[in-house]
Design a protein around this ligand. Structure first.
Ligand code: ATP
Ligand code: PRP
Length: 232
């Protein structure tokens, strides 16, 4: 059995992931036609490449179907319950940075903090007969964060894309989404709460705690770990 390394096969993390391993002596390549999801790893023995979307890598790590995988820390926290028991962070990779934040309409001039949001949420429910809606795809992380902050009078509405548009479209009053330059929030007249940072994410190399390890896969991991230490 070879060590299975899961890397993003498309999307914003793919190229930088290939470059990051290249700088550490691992030549990761897609093989076959442009559309074929096949790949190879050169420069190290006993490692098989598994091409996946960044969003699927947490599930594969959790199931132990891959030994190592590259994805965002946000996706691991969101998609693996009790993630610390299931995976180990081997190395932050220094790209794919994005912040998961809570944002509200800019015109809510009296709302700058979670405490303000809590007050607005209670008033909103009394006035409208339903809870203030927060659009997000990060249900687990947002619930946990708001529970710890003591904000209770809200409901999550699922949004798998174009989340910032939900406020203009009147399907939500606030959003919890990833931001990197802040352009999308600004363009949609939203502002981040001053204490509304839920998580700072970056692309990270994870090790599955449930994958089966043998002498060959352990030896491959040792060589890989040495390369990582040489190139911190
Ligand atoms: N500006 C950004 N917007 C969204 N995600 C970003 C941004 N910058 C970095 N990321 C990170 O990139 C990762 C998601 O990458 P990407 O969207 O390519 O993967 P995906 O969810 O598998 O894509 P897809 O939606 O095509 O399946 C997340 O960890 C996210 O935090
Ligand atoms: O702060 P910015 O640099 O503007 O980036 C943030 C935007 O990028 C992501 O969307 P993505 O491009 O993945 O599209 P999506 O709306 O389909 O998720 C994210 O959901 C934000 O909408």
């Amino acid at each position: 059995m070879s060590l299975k390394l899961g890397v993003p096969s498309k999307g914003r993390l793919m190229e930088k992931t290939f470059d990051w391993f290249g700088a550490r002596g691992l030549d990761i390549r897609r093989t076959g036609s442009e559309r074929e999801y096949a790949g190879a790893v050169g420069g190290i023995d006993g490692v098989d490449l598994v091409l996946l979307s960044a969003g699927e890598i947490p599930r594969e790590l959790n199931a132990g179907r891959i030994h190592l995988g590259v994805t965002g820390t946000d996706l691991v926290r969101e998609r693996i319950p009790a993630w610390q028991d299931r995976v180990e962070e081997l190395s932050g990779m220094g790209f794919g940075q994005a912040d998961l934040v809570i944002a509200v309409p800019k015109c809510w001039v009296d709302v700058d903090t979670l405490e303000d949001l809590d007050a607005v949420a209670s008033a909103f429910r009394q006035r409208h007969g339903h809870r203030l809606r927060i659009a997000t795809k990060y249900h687990r992380m947002v619930r946990e964060f708001l529970r710890e902050a003591g904000v209770a009078d809200y409901q999550l509405v699922d949004s798998q894309g174009a989340t910032e548009g939900t406020v203009k479209n009147l399907t939500a009053e606030a959003v919890a989404d990833i931001t990197s330059t802040g352009d999308t929030l600004r363009a949609n007249h939203l502002k981040v709460l001053s204490d509304g940072l839920i998580h700072r994410s970056q692309a990270t190399l994870f090790r599955s705690k449930s994958a089966a390890w043998n002498d060959r896969t352990r030896a491959a991991l040792d060589i890989l770990s040495e390369r990582l230490e040489e190139n911190v």
